[in-house]
Design a protein around this ligand. Structure first.
Ligand code: GUN
Length: 299
């Protein structure tokens, strides 16, 4: 990085810490008002180390805000019927307001069927087909956590997004597609790029807002970024550099000094994802108990 690096570093870690503090306040207030404690159930199947780390972080943060955390760790060979039976129990449990099944699942399990077996009102990942449809049609949805966190940071930095050109690189169900829907909901002009897109660099150069979620280390180079753009880097990639293991994003951060602002990796989007999961759990709790939604934390 040189002296000409002028881009503002978007402090996702600080933003998330602030949100978590407000959520903890909300949980305290709700406990006093209702005598109830919101609860989140997380289901982890198998031994994937990265998934284990994410689930551990979700468990700790859930407890930090004063909610109940129920972690269900099942062996990799768990069958579809056994998993469905667990989800049916969690759907029926009044102490569980949110349910998340950590992805990816072992190959023998049917991911779509598993996600769609979660009660849509407890689907704090926002992956259920009903929530995806609600989001796509502008109805009240539980919204996937990572794109929700990205949108919060974009609105904080830019205010009104209407009329801006947004390019989303990546078309996954977890990030790219819901991000596109959220940006359309803000009246952006949205283009989606993916691995088969021609002239992806040229397309990115048209973006006032560039969101990159492909899982390819430093794919986006400095000259793909329009001067003054706001860049959201969703990638978390472990690479070896000079014999050392490092985490880098999908954007070559050191080349992005001419952007107006960019999220760092780590410390950008990652912390916001868990904070938004907790916000979604609180939203689900409120809806299940017909309590008014707090717009400050509802995304
Ligand atoms: N694996 C990677 N990201 C996610 C996520 O946001 N939710 C779930 N359930 N699994 C994931």
């Amino acid at each position: 990085m040189n002296n000409l690096f002028q881009a503002e570093r978007i402090d996702g870690k600080g933003f998330a810490a602030n949100l978590v503090e407000r959520l903890a306040d909300e949980v305290r207030t709700l406990k006093t008002r209702t005598g109830l404690t919101p609860g989140l159930a997380v289901v982890l199947i198998g031994e994937d180390p990265a998934s284990g780390v994410y689930v551990g972080a979700k468990h700790r943060q859930t407890q930090v805000v004063g909610m109940h955390s129920f972690v269900h760790k099942l062996p990799a060979e768990t069958g579809q019927a056994e998993l469905m039976a667990l989800l049916a129990r969690l759907n029926a449990d009044p102490d569980v307001n949110g349910i998340l099944v950590q992805l990816p699942l072992p190959a023998h399990l049917d991911t779509h069927a598993v996600i769609n077996a979660i009660d849509p009102d407890k689907d704090v990942d926002g992956f259920h087909i009903l929530n995806a449809g609600r989001l796509a049609t502008g109805q009240d949805a539980l919204v996937p956590c990572t794109p929700l966190g990205c949108l919060m940071m974009l609105k904080d930095r830019l205010g009104d997004l209407a009329g801006l050109n947004a390019v989303v690189v990546g078309k996954s169900n977890i990030v790219g597609k819901p991000m596109t829907q959220l940006l359309m909901g803000e009246n952006c002009t949205v283009t989606v790029a993916h691995s088969k897109t021609r002239n992806v660099a040229e397309l990115c150069r048209t973006a006032d807002i560039l969101v990159v979620a492909v899982g390819r280390p430093e794919l986006v180079k400095g000259d793909w970024i329009k001067p003054g753009a706001v860049v959201i880097d969703v990638g978390i990639n472990r690479v070896m550099r000079d014999g050392m293991s490092r985490i880098v994003g999908d954007v070559a951060y050191s080349e992005a000094g001419h952007a107006a602002a960019i999220t760092p990796v780590p410390g950008g989007v990652g912390p916001m994802t868990i904070a938004c999961l907790l916000a979604n759990t609180l939203t689900a709790f409120r809806r299940q108990h017909n309590l008014q939604t707090n717009p400050a934390i509802a995304g």
